[in-house]
Design a protein around this ligand. Sequence first.
Ligand code: 13P
Length: 248
Amino acid sequence: MRKKIIAGNWKMNYCVNKAEEFVSQIKDTINTNEVDVVICPNFVALDRISDLIDGTNISLGAQNVYFEDKGAYTGETSVNMLAAVGVKYCIVGHSERRQYFNETNEIVNKKAKKLLEKDISPIVCVGETLEERESNKMFEVVEKQVIESLDGIENISIANKVIVAYEPIWAIGTGKTATAQQANEMCKYIRDVISKMYDEETAQKVRIQYGGSVKPNNANEILNMSDIDGALVGGASLTNDFVAIVNY
Ligand code: 13P
């Protein structure tokens, strides 16, 4: 039985003080017994939020990382730097990074491998555009993203550490959610791709989230689908809706 994992991707929202205020308010009411809960604040808030959630079952996630260890990479943050402030998960290949910062599958793959070296779980995002869905190319597009982003990662890491997040781009921040059936169909497809790349046992263990306009009113249906093992939540993770989603 795969344990559900619900992560809040705050994107470029909340300065440190506001981040602390919000986390202080939710940390004792959020139910972390049955679900793994992760929050992914902005880099500058990571350290303070790390202290604040110390001793709770909430885990800390980052929204990005660079794949080199150190050196002259102005503006970048290494895996060691994340590990040093208690980061346990890191989103890689979010569609906004693919779109605005030219992140490719190859870069996503390097970042995921680097994170695993430090025992940080990569949350590897994949998903198609509206145009790709409308021209029925979504399976082909997502399959390529999965194969190239996970290339060369060992079975054991896929089974126990890597999280895949299916986020159809047309459903992000649009209020337009994939139906639970559409989301499940793709998550199941991703599992089949992983089974072909690795083996069925690994595929049955890997956790696959859905992301894209997850809200309290659709969380229950989405999270009860056979192949959806959690949610990557954007907008709704900035409010008390996040608590409601975790308590789905
Ligand atoms: P929304 O929940 O705001 O649609 O964002 C989804 C997302 O991009 C999470 O990474």
